[in-house]
Write a protein that binds this ligand. Structure first.
Ligand SMILES: [Zn+2]
Length: 159
């Protein structure tokens, strides 16, 4: 059947960036399953999957603005080194979680300077135009329970 709102969709994908480098692929994990029309996947991908049929293969180009958003330079900040425990090894490219109130934010360490650390709060995929080579494996109507929960129940999902 075709992908429409309130269907449970399974699809394989190979995700590449604008240089053709593979960022992620579902081949080894098994297909990704999601509830269509419930904002579970990035908007540009969900919009382009709409209407595809079981077995369909397609190359879907998703611009950054419809994926993880554009990079925002105000999300890059320099903080004093002594905000981190002295014995914490700070490795550029690794990720740290903000402490403090509110929802935790993941920062990527850009650069470790003598007295400060440059942190980037942008999503690692922000600013990237993405390409998904997809194959629709299965489309079925979601159950009333799945719709009530807002997610798909498959395999080891248990509650
Ligand atoms: Zn559930």
């Amino acid at each position: 059947m075709k992908i429409v709102k309130d269907t449970a969709v399974s699809f394989h994908y190979t995700l590449t960036d604008q240089h053709g480098e593979v960022i992620d692929a579902s081949a080894e994990r098994g297909p990704l399953t999601y509830l269509h029309g419930h904002d579970q996947i990035i908007p540009g991908l969900e919009r382009q999957l709409e209407g595809l049929d079981t077995g369909a293969r397609a190359n879907l180009a998703v611009p950054a603005v419809e994926a993880y958003g554009e990079r925002r330079e105000e999300m890059v900040m320099e903080v004093p080194r002594d905000k981190f425990p002295a014995d914490e090894e700070l490795v550029p490219g690794s990720q740290v979680m903000s402490q403090g109130g509110g929802a935790p934010v993941v920062f990527t360490i850009r650069e470790v300077r003598p007295d400060t650390v440059l942190l980037d709060g942008n999503h690692p995929m922000a600013g990237k135009d993405l390409n998904f080579a997809i194959e629709v494996v299965d489309v079925r109507p979601a159950s009333a329970e799945e719709l009530a929960h807002g997610h798909v129940h498959d395999g080891n999902h248990d509650h």
